[in-house]
Design a protein around this ligand. Structure first.
Ligand code: GLA
Length: 389
């Protein structure tokens, strides 16, 4: 009897212990699953991650072949650079373009002063060199730019020593656009048709020679001529400070007017920004506003100055400057990626820091460090930050 009770008690104790052990294990598993779920949902999506196998430093960069286009073009936007024709003869520049670009822009040689320096004399040789290189390497070409008030010859606005009439100026504009767009038809997929026509001050349009002679009619005429010459090309209006609230109102109105006549497909936001500005909210507000027009956005001339104020004195490229630049670019690229529904192309204004126009502007001789690659053609810290997502 005693033995039976003892055996039963022992058996019950064993079962209870097993149950307790089972419950504790289930409990532990549940807690672990719960903690993992919380940790996963709290992980910052943009924090430097080990969840991709992209290079994190120079050594790893040279161990792979992929570049910007491989990380961005399929799921986000084309990646491009603005270049001079000499770049397609420079092995180091060529290597960077081929590795990183799905799109190219001529930095200067598609502007009027190069293409038609004197009336009726067209010189396409420099631009052709860039276009042929792009095509040979399966890159798209953005055309820049058909009508601007700079790098434009004065003959357009003159007639036998007198000011040319509006009719003559518009006729010359139409002829230029017809010739240029036809020459590159099927090769240039998007054109910055009119560049920087909106005023930064209280006016609507910049009081340029174009505007002073033709009023705003020249803008409409330029777009009409481009549309007629190549109906398949995407037509863009391009400008700086396009996120600035007052200026963006005016740009919006112009785009709306063009869009109502089916003359425009997109806005080129230049992207000459700096390590402090524009603020993320400002960029987002502008993108949402332009987005209501149902047009594409291209970031056409991206470079990030390390000088928040244009008059800041020369600085060296210290670790702290390098980190500020990387943080700024990461912020901009996070915004670009989360707005990929609007943004379909991002072009850097240059290949390496060595040849950036910002080395001389607005202070001649001041060195800037605004691009992803240094003068030795090596990726800077900023490169590793923006591809780490
Ligand atoms: C403007 C123009 C570009 C280029 C830059 C400075 O943004 O649109 O073509 O000239 O200035 O290099």
């Amino acid at each position: 009897m005693f033995v039976t009770i003892f055996t039963n008690t022992l058996y019950i104790t064993k079962v209870t212990n097993s149950l307790r052990f089972l419950m504790t294990s289930v409990y532990k598993i549940l807690i672990t699953v719960l903690m993992l779920a919380v940790m996963t949902s709290c992980k910052k999506p943009e924090s430097p991650g080990d969840d991709n196998n992209r290079p994190k430093n120079l050594e790893e960069y040279y161990m792979v072949n992929e570049g910007l286009k491989d990380y961005f073009a399929a799921d986000y936007f084309d990646m491009g650079m603005a270049i001079a024709p000499e770049a397609v003869d420079d092995p180091d520049d060529m290597e960077l373009m081929i590795r990183h670009c799905s799109s190219l822009t001529a930095e200067n040689v598609m502007k009027w002063s190069t293409l038609q320096p004197t009336e009726g004399t067209f010189n396409f040789s420099y631009a052709d060199k860039i276009v042929n290189f792009a095509i040979a390497n399966a890159m798209k070409v953005r055309g820049h730019t058909l009508c601007w008030h700079q790098q434009v010859p004065s003959w357009i606005f003159e007639d036998n020593g007198q000011a040319a009439t509006k009719e003559l100026v518009l006729e010359r504009l139409r002829t230029h656009i017809q010739m240029v767009v036809t020459h590159f038809k099927g090769k240039v997929y998007a054109w910055d048709v009119v560049n920087e026509a909106i005023d930064d001050g209280s006016g609507i349009y910049k009081p340029t020679t174009w505007y002073n002679i033709c009023g705003d009619e020249y803008i409409i005429e330029a777009f009409k001529a481009a549309r007629e010459a190549d109906p398949d090309a995407k037509l863009f209006y391009n400008d700086y400070s396009a996120t600035q609230p007052t200026k963006s109102e005016k740009i919006f109105d112009l785009l709306e007017k063009l869009k109502n006549q089916d003359l425009v497909d997109g806005l080129g936001m230049e992207g000459h920004w700096n390590i402090d500005a524009p603020a993320s909210e400002t960029i987002t507000a502008a993108l949402n506003k332009y987005g209501t027009l149902g047009i594409e956005i291209h970031i056409t001339e991206m470079d990030v100055s390390v000088y928040p104020n244009t008059s800041d004195p020369q600085v060296d490229y210290t670790t702290s400057i390098e980190s500020s630049l990387a943080a700024a670019y990461s912020r901009f690229f996070n915004l670009f990626r989360s707005n990929r529904d609007y943004i379909s192309s991002v072009t850097f204004w240059g290949i390496t820091d060595a040849h950036s126009w910002l080395n001389n502007w607005p202070i001649p001789g001041r060195t800037n460090y605004p691009l992803l690659f240094n003068s030795d053609h090596e990726p800077k810290k900023v490169y590793f930050w923006i591809i780490d997502f």
